[in-house]
Design a protein around this ligand. Structure first.
Ligand code: ZN
Length: 302
């Protein structure tokens, strides 16, 4: 990867042209599907957009392919989550710092005093901030601001798109709060494969327990499974959840441990954690994903 990057930089100095020069549109590269969907909503067809990660992809482990490196070098602007969510891409981003493309780690704009701390990440913060809709609204404003500054002709259109999207996110927030209000607080215990839902828990009064720690890069041990199975039994938790971007076996091991102690817990379906559903489906959008997750959680824990 190191040498590949160096070769590509050298090649690009002579031959790479970005789309900005060819079509007049800004060439944007995004990392996770959540950020790709957001930028699509703000940029629409005013921009050329390339999302690197697809449905079901785990950003903690994602490595840039050769094709990705080319896309990144051709980009005018790169939007990514930051806080070391895209752990293996950081190195690639750092190598490009000397080039004059604009890199925007969206979470860097958030007020760190409100973030959840974590020793698992080099950033010292839990990076799964998109599960708080208020943070996602701040991401949206930042994207609109950066696009507007770099494509001033279309400033008014970006501002309009932002307003429409923020209104949708406000409506989402209202709907989610109403759905969760139907679940008694004592039943708000969310057990999943990895700790992606801490911001969700903070926003909606859920106790969140992950089997695997914050990053999927660390495997759950036998002790974690035993500890958590006791917790499930003690708290009469009805359902536990798998995640689209984490192997199912981690949560199945937990279900087995509960069963071996003479109790039962169902697997309440698959939640979207670090990636959206397939592009073109309802769950392939941030808003659709959020509604799907909340309906699944509330229905199964009731
Ligand atoms: Zn994660």
């Amino acid at each position: 990867m190191k040498y590949l990057s160096i070769i590509l930089v050298a090649l690009c100095l002579f031959s790479c042209k970005n789309n900005h020069e060819e079509t007049g549109k800004l060439n944007i590269v995004t990392t996770t599907t959540m950020i790709t969907d957001l930028v699509q909503n703000i940029g629409g067809d005013l921009i050329e957009l390339n999302g690197l990660m697809g449905a079901g992809v785990d950003p903690h482990l994602y490595k840039a392919s050769e094709g990705d490196v080319t896309k990144l070098y051709n980009a005018d602007i790169i939007f990514y989550n930051g806080l070391h969510l895209e752990g293996k891409l950081v190195e690639v981003f750092e190598k490009m710092e000397s080039s004059n493309k604009i890199q925007v780690p969206l979470a860097d704009g958030l007020d760190t005093s409100t973030l959840i701390g974590s020793e698992y990440f080099a950033s010292n913060y839990d990076p799964h901030v998109w599960f708080d809709i208020e943070y996602f609204k701040q991401f949206s404003s930042k994207v609109a601001q950066v696009l507007s500054e770099n494509d001033t002709e279309n400033s008014a259109l970006y501002a309009e798109n932002l307003k429409v999207y923020l209104d949708k996110l406000d409506a989402l927030q209202k709907e989610i709060r109403a759905t969760i209000a139907s679940l008694p607080v004592e039943k708000r215990i969310l057990v999943t494969a990895h700790d992606a839902f801490n911001y969700f828990g903070k926003a909606y009064d859920f106790e969140v327990v992950g089997l695997q720690g914050l990053s999927t890069a660390t495997e759950a041990g036998v002790q974690d499974v035993q500890r958590l199975s006791s917790f499930i039994i003690d708290n009469k938790v009805k359902a536990i959840f798998v995640e689209s971007s984490v192997p199912r076996r981690t949560i199945e091991a937990l279900q087995q441990a509960v069963k071996s102690k003479g109790h039962d817990v169902t697997i309440g379906g698959s939640l979207y954690s670090d990636a959206l559903g397939n592009y073109g489906t309802i769950e392939g959008t941030y808003i659709g994903m959020f509604k799907y997750n909340v309906n699944t959680i509330v229905n199964e824990l009731k």
